[in-house]
Write a protein that binds this ligand. Structure first.
Ligand code: ASP
Length: 310
């Protein structure tokens, strides 16, 4: 594999009761993201640029909980988190709680490339993104009816109408480029009805995102608090580097054995510089897809395509 994406962990999509239209748009969303990253890699672009392009495509797609289509916080507003990491030198960038950047992942990349810091939060992050020339939006840009209904349901108002929509939706990408450098990127609107100011694992290097050439590029999704406490993605890397494990067993160990014991389910996409890929998850579902070196795109959205690991 050379590139993989995820569209979040959560409830499983079952063939028998999933609206075919919904299945189609989800699959297309993942495939479009893979194509966006593929374009970059085919032109000789870096894994950082490929993961950014893939995540931007998912942020722009209102089906997913990142960028447009992000969930609402308890104040009926949106605060978005994103992070990106480069495997060649472990450079990293992140933004937390941004409210006006159209593509938080691009802001995270600029933090990595243009500042001496790793993470910017809140107003300072939004200002930095705007000053750097990234497109800004007003909060209503992120709005979707489905997420609004989800907030009402979470607050106990109105019908629990979450049926037609996805319970998952955080997005991420991992890639390896022609120079054999890996990168990982993650973006989210967080958890529905979250407290104002709450920061997720998706913007935390070592929790939601990690990349190191000799070990792994990993992007996680799931119950963020647990993924932060369990240092999810950096632990996968450490188990490979210091524990002698291979990629699949290290990722399995963290996602299926360790994190559920801390009280949180989820999944991860993990790829190394040799193109070894795995996507273990303890949650019922993990929307994901990958691109092979010869250009084949595979998306996995249904329970039978991506059953949870035991
Ligand atoms: N990890 C994200 C968060 O806690 C949510 C998710 O991946 O679904 O905000």
């Amino acid at each position: 594999m050379v590139l993989a994406v995820h569209g979040g962990a959560g409830g499983a999509l079952r063939r028998e009761n999933t609206n075919p239209e919904l299945a189609k748009v989800v699959r297309k969303g993942l495939a479009d993201a893979l194509r966006a990253g593929q374009k970059v890699l085919e032109k000789g672009g870096t894994s950082v640029a490929a993961t950014e392009a893939a995540v931007r495509s998912l942020e722009d797609n209102e089906m997913f909980n990142a960028g447009k289509g992000a969930v609402f916080n308890e104040d009926a507003g949106h605060e978005l988190d994103a992070s990106i990491m480069r495997g060649s030198d472990q450079a990293a960038g992140a933004v937390a709680g941004v409210r006006n950047v159209r593509n938080p992942i691009s802001a995270a990349r600029l933090v990595m490339e243009k500042t001496k810091h790793v993470m910017l939060a809140g107003e300072g992050a939004d200002d930095f993104a705007a000053r750097s020339g990234l497109p800004t939006v007003t909060q209503d840009y992120y709005w979707t009816e489905a997420r609004w209904q989800e907030l009402l349901a979470a607050k106990g108002h109105g019908p629990a109408s979450a049926k037609k929509q996805l319970t998952q939706g955080t997005v991420g990408a991992v890639a390896v480029d022609h120079e054999h450098n890996v990168a990982a990127a993650t973006s989210t609107g967080g958890l529905v009805n979250k407290m104002v100011g709450r920061v997720s694992d998706s913007s935390s290097i070592g929790a939601g995102t990690y990349a190191k050439n000799g070990t792994v590029a990993a992007s996680a999704t799931g119950h963020g608090e647990t993924f932060i406490r369990g240092a999810a993605t950096s632990t996968i890397s450490n188990l490979i580097e210091f524990g002698g494990k291979d990629l699949a067993s290290a990722a399995y160990d963290v996602l299926v054995k360790r994190l559920p014991k801390l009280g949180g389910d989820g999944g991860v996409i993990a790829l190394n510089a040799q193109g070894v890929f795995d996507a273990p998850h303890s949650s019922a579902g993990l929307l994901n897809g990958y691109l092979t070196a010869d250009g084949k795109i595979v998306t996995r959205i249904f329970y039978d395509e991506t059953p949870p690991n035991q």
